[in-house]
Design a protein around this ligand. Structure first.
Ligand code: KG4
Ligand code: ZN
Length: 341
């Protein structure tokens, strides 16, 4: 049974994990850098890259020790090769190359987005291709038809901010701290979602895409006159409404029997609940990974590695790090989209 070592370092989480092709997470360790970035209210790429350099080696030793195995016993090394902050991606990829070389095992360069996209299959063996995926993270907001490993059709993307980015900026604006998503969700629980009237950009639009920048600006304008809790709740509801409207449109545009959500924003209970209801209304299965698998982690990278390994997809040791790397290379360019890591 193939055993894959996975490495993740594309943003502000450094992580290593050992996952088998039989969906067993043998070990995983994760080092969060929240404290280091908190004074700046956002991720500082240089600080992140240095922290990855310091943390990744010990984390790899740690997971090997946890699982009680030697490096030579892994069958392949999977590392995030993009998209993301280039300094961090290079640290992880170069470490993966060195480990693959030392163990004389194949390297698998994993697209971080494919890690998120396939993550629901790690914990749900019954989730078959094709499925409709809402991928909502700090850097991305996309609807994808997941047709198979390495086979994605992008149906929609954001024309400005990603959903998680909107959460993070709103949290900063409301003084709720960093990281923003969980802080907004907590504050929203104590607020009234109907208290502040906020826009729902592109709601009902015949275009498939998302937009969140106008929503963020509206929160900024309303900030003086309302309680942060009410603003957080109203903002969260507006995001949920936009995500549901756009996903609903996609449901009618493709054939898929399951609706799947992945990425950091998938940890949000209001988002999960609304998507679950939408899926039920359309007699679709709804699959959301457990919370620990939503935000960045290495188990999803190891799992994507296991899926690629099973498909015979390995990479040469000179494979480049890619700060930008679309899952669907044929997707047409959309204004503002794909600019962010
Ligand atoms: O997938 P992820 O960990 O990193 C990226 O690949 O971007 O996603 C991080 C994003 C951040 O913007 C964070 O604020 C958001 O996910 N997030 C949440 C929640 N937990 C994390 N957003 C809303 N509600 C949450 N509970
Ligand atoms: Zn991510």
């Amino acid at each position: 049974m193939p055993l894959i070592l996975g490495l993740e370092s594309s943003c502000d989480e450094t992580a290593a994990a050992l996952v088998t092709s039989e969906r067993e997470v043998r070990a995983q360790r994760i080092a969060r850098q929240e404290e280091a970035h908190r004074p700046y209210g956002g991720v500082v790429p240089e600080i992140a890259a240095r922290a990855h350099v310091e943390m990744l080696g010990p984390l790899v030793e740690g997971v090997l020790a946890d699982a009680g195995i030697a490096l030579g016993q892994v069958d392949a090394v999977a590392a995030t090769a993009g998209p993301g902050l280039i300094g961090g991606v290079m640290v992880g990829l170069v470490t993966g190359k060195a480990l693959a070389l030392a163990a004389n095992k194949p390297l698998i360069a994993v697209n971080h987005l494919e890690g998120h996209a396939l993550s629901p299959r790690l914990t749900d063996p019954d989730l078959d291709f094709p499925y409709l995926l809402l991928l909502v993270s700090g850097g991305h907001c996309q609807l994808l038809l997941v047709k198979g490993v390495g086979d994605y059709r992008r149906l929609a993307t954001t024309i400005d901010d990603a959903a998680g980015e909107a959460f993070d900026k709103t949290a900063k604006l409301l003084g709720l701290g960093f990281p923003g998503g969980p802080a907004v969700e907590q504050a929203a629980a104590k607020g009234d979602a109907k208290a502040v009237s906020l826009p729902r950009p592109l709601l009902g639009s015949p275009e498939p895409h998302f937009s969140f920048a106008g929503l963020k600006s509206a929160v900024a304008r309303a900030a003086r006159d309302h309680r942060p809790e009410d603003l957080a709740a109203s903002f969260q509801q507006a995001v949920v409404d936009c995500l549901i409207d756009r996903t609903h449109r996609a449901i009618h545009a493709v054939e898929a029997s399951a609706l799947v959500v992945a990425g950091g924003v998938a940890a949000n209970q209001a988002v999960r609940g609304a998507l679950e209801a939408l899926a039920a209304e359309h007699s679709m299965r709804f699959v959301a990974p457990p919370l620990w698998l939503c935000t960045d982690n290495a188990a999803m990278i190891a799992w994507a590695g296991a899926e690629r390994f099973a498909a015979g997809l390995t990479d040469p040791l000179d494979v480049p790090a890619r700060p930008r790397w679309p899952l669907d290379p044929d997707a047409e360019k959309v204004r503002g989209a794909g600019v962010k890591a």
